[in-house]
Design a protein around this ligand. Sequence first.
Ligand SMILES: [Fe+2]
Length: 297
Amino acid sequence: MRKRSLISAFAALSAAGAATLAYAALVERNMFTLRRFDVPVLEPDAEPLRILHLSDLHMMPDQRRKQEWVAGLGGADPDLVIVTGDNMADPESLPGVLRALDPLLGVPGAFVFGSNDYRGPVWKNPIQYLMPDREYVQGVDLPADELRAALIDAGWADLNNARTVLKAGGRSIELAGVDDPHIERDDYPSVAGPISAGADLHLGVTHTPASRVLDAMAADGFALLLAGHTHGGQVCVPGVGALTTNCDLPTSMAKGLHRWPGSDAWLHVSAGLGTHPTAPIRFACRPEASLLTLIPR
Ligand SMILES: [Fe+2]
């Protein structure tokens, strides 16, 4: 009798585990969500400014639902679009990424790249995602140059180790960005320096929220720092949150809006819209884009 109840309990647990995995792979992975935050970084009496922050699309060519959802974000009426990298997951992904972004390309925008704009994924044990010191393995070449050219053609600013000023929402916005720190392509010193007094707003942009980059941007006076990469932990524990950020950011800051410690800067980390194709699940961490409404301090 006791053996039979143990077998029943094990069967029930196995069924619950399988149901959870099916939910994470088939349901939550496609529950695209637009999050909204107010960020108090503008001068007193300034009109609000809306920034649409997209990250980590990890687009596969056949992900039409994701492409259509992103394409519909033009309805949020952003003044500026910032994309923090990891757009592609396959050498054939470029048309799908551009289909998704097309309605947004008429809005002023800027981008940095992540490792998954240069090289595709390789299969690895999903448990390795939780291991901080695992080796980075590179996959097939992705069409990063073609994506870069298409976004620049649309008038968007390439912020990979670059700094610029652009006009958006009637304001002058200074932006500094780095190429992906996760694969050590960042060169913030080449663009570092105090913010310019002539601009109305100062944004720092990076794919991976590496502390060495965020500290330096905040020290230069950039008021709002934007990053992706973490996937918000991707597989989270309800009531606990992320188990990893895949970088040196604390798990308490795996996604959302936070003050960057030791500075006046705000940090917004996007949990992103995709998954690594070899671990196509999300749990207690919906795929997201963010609409940041900048308001007076
Ligand atoms: Fe990513």
